[in-house]
Design a protein around this ligand. Structure first.
Ligand code: PGA
Ligand code: MG
Length: 225
């Protein structure tokens, strides 16, 4: 019996260009236990992925700021502090880097993401003034509540699914997966992972990106036989 699986999106289910690799579809659709898509992206992204893959709508978004188990939605926190940081950052002449539509932040409820080509030092200083942190996922800088994490949200989701979080396996690639890795039973970092994720993982795959994910799930399955 395979364990329940928590899986990151960017850098894990994607290729090096950030496109979801279609080879992961069957792996998620055929997994013999619950799958939790756990991402730093805004809530609509993992919901859409689950919808179009026709897998259970069991997702974590915004680095743990939002969790959904079926119709049970929990928002952990709010965006007030992060928005104050974004406003002060703009007042210093730095936009968030996503253009007018800002689809990266349009639907965020608990944090704000800033493009990695924007200055980090003033962002970190402004976040610290609000008691917030800046997490670099390799895809964006996230201004967030330091007490919120994918790991903390996964413990809540596991409980709502009737599992202990230590029964989970997890696969991911960056700093925003590290606490989740320390929370689950077994954690795999893909070869392209940053030093935070690699250090927190039990294993690092030989292959990168979606190839690394497929390698990890094959090993998790083999270990469960
Ligand atoms: O949105 C990001 O910055 C990273 O997203 P991820 O947690 O799915 O890798
Ligand atoms: Mg990632």
């Amino acid at each position: 019996m395979v364990p329940p699986l928590a899986v990151d999106i960017d850098g894990t289910l994607t290729d090096g260009d950030g496109a979801v690799d279609p080879r992961i579809f069957a792996a998620l659709q055929s997994w013999g236990a619950p799958v939790v898509v756990a991402t730093g992206k805004a809530f609509p992204y993992p919901v859409a992925l689950a919808h179009f893959l026709r897998i259970e709508r069991t997702v974590i978004a915004e680095n743990g700021g939002i969790s959904l188990v079926g119709d049970d939605l929990v928002v952990h926190g709010d965006r007030t502090g992060a928005q104050a940081v974004a406003d002060a950052y703009r007042e210093r002449g730095h936009d968030l880097g996503w253009g007018e539509l800002d689809l990266t932040n349009r639907w965020r409820e608990t944090e704000v993401a800033v493009s990695r080509d924007r200055p980090l030092e003033p962002l970190e200083a402004l976040a610290a003034e609000q008691g917030l942190e800046v997490v670099d996922t390799g895809y964006a800088y996230h201004v967030k509540d330091p007490t919120i994490s994918k790991g903390r949200a996964l413990a809540s989701v596991a409980d709502r699914l009737g599992y202990d979080v230590t029964e989970f396996a997890a696969v991911g690639d960056s700093q925003n997966d590290a606490h989740m890795f320390e929370t689950v039973g077994v954690a795999y970092a893909v070869a392209n992972a940053d030093e935070h994720a690699s250090a927190a993982a039990d294993y690092v795959t030989d292959a990168a990106y979606a190839d690394g994910f497929l390698e990890a799930v094959a090993e998790i399955e083999a270990a469960s036989e």
